[in-house]
Design a binder for this molecule. Structure first.
Ligand code: CAA
Length: 258
């Protein structure tokens, strides 16, 4: 993959690692980050060697929000015509699982970017918030929708209306964060979780992600039907045969992603 101005990219085995790299701006999310991150994710999505992706920031900040310096001069007509922040939705269209490894600030667009990932592993020093209201605006990258689905209306209203931050423990209690680890262990833990995902059948992993994501969009009856059809369709894969044979033979499965 090419070099990026705002990202560091590497692969560790079959895991793609993307590190936001604008340390002086606490990884504020400008249009270059949006363009490069979309490109990097698309490239990992299409790379058969990669089974899962980790998105990380720095120890001080996962990302402190959309870039306020870039947004400050924008007027309504330009925001509307250019669909300001609309391009970020491409991140959530990534088909392979993305784990957000969050240390430090995940504010505004930073919290929203973490929520576009499939789950969040947080360091003990992580701080989440939607402080847009303090700037005279509201969340614009999904905060009012994804946060409400993740933590419920009461806490989402509290965070969005007051702009206060919540720490990692509160975020985990509220259901926003999957696991909390020490800051030193964060990247290792996220990479291990991603490697575990990458070692499973690729088709099953993508279907599992798809099925869970549909839970927010479908009625229970439609969601259950979709899940069952996806489950049944996996019996057409060699990996289902291998996974179940390996269980019966008390050995580790050797998935071929077919
Ligand atoms: N945009 C642009 N620059 C930012 C930024 C942001 N969101 N957040 C931090 N920075 C810059 C600061 O301007 C500063 O740059 P300079 O040295 O050039 O002045 C540098 O990063 C370091 O920041 P601070 O000196 O402020 O660091 P701190 O440790 O004192 O405070 C902080 C940390 C509490 C996170 C503080 O930086 C802060 O409040 N940042 C803004 C958070 C915010 O409001 N985010 C929401 C943005 S709007 C949005 O995201 C809309 C949306 O829904 C998508």
């Amino acid at each position: 993959m090419q070099d990026f101005e705002t990202l560091l990219i590497e692969t560790r085995g079959d895991v793609g690692l993307i590190t936001l790299n604008r340390p002086k701006a606490l990884n504020a999310l400008n249009s270059t980050v949006m363009r490069e991150l979309t490109q990097a994710l698309r490239s990992f999505d299409g790379d058969p060697q990669v089974g899962a992706i980790v998105l990380a920031g720095s120890e001080k900040a996962f990302a402190a929000g959309a870039d306020i310096k870039e947004m400050q001069p924008v007027n309504f007509v330009d925001a509307y015509l250019d669909d300001l922040l609309g391009g970020w939705e491409a991140i959530a269209a990534t088909r392979k699982p993305i784990i957000a490894a969050v240390s430090g600030y995940a504010l505004g667009g930073g919290c929203e970017l973490a929520m576009m990932c499939d789950f969040i592993i947080a360091a003990e020093n992580a701080k989440f918030g939607q402080p847009e209201i303090t700037l005279g605006v509201i969340p614009g990258m999904g905060g009012s929708q994804r946060l409400t689905r993740a933590v419920g209306k009461a806490k989402a209203m509290d965070l969005v209306l007051t702009g206060r931050m919540m720490d990692a423990a509160e975020a985990e209690r509220a259901g926003l964060v999957a696991r909390i680890v020490s800051a030193e262990r964060l990247l290792e833990e996220a990479l291990e979780a991603a490697a575990k995902i990458a070692s499973s059948s690729r088709v099953a992993v993508l279907m599992a992600k798809d099925a869970v994501n549909r839970a927010d969009e479908l009625t229970l009856a439609e969601g259950l039907r979709l899940e069952r059809r996806l489950f049944q369709s996996l019996f057409a894969t060699a990996d289902q045969k291998e996974g179940m044979a390996a269980f019966m033979e008390k050995r580790k499965p050797d998935f071929t992603n077919r």
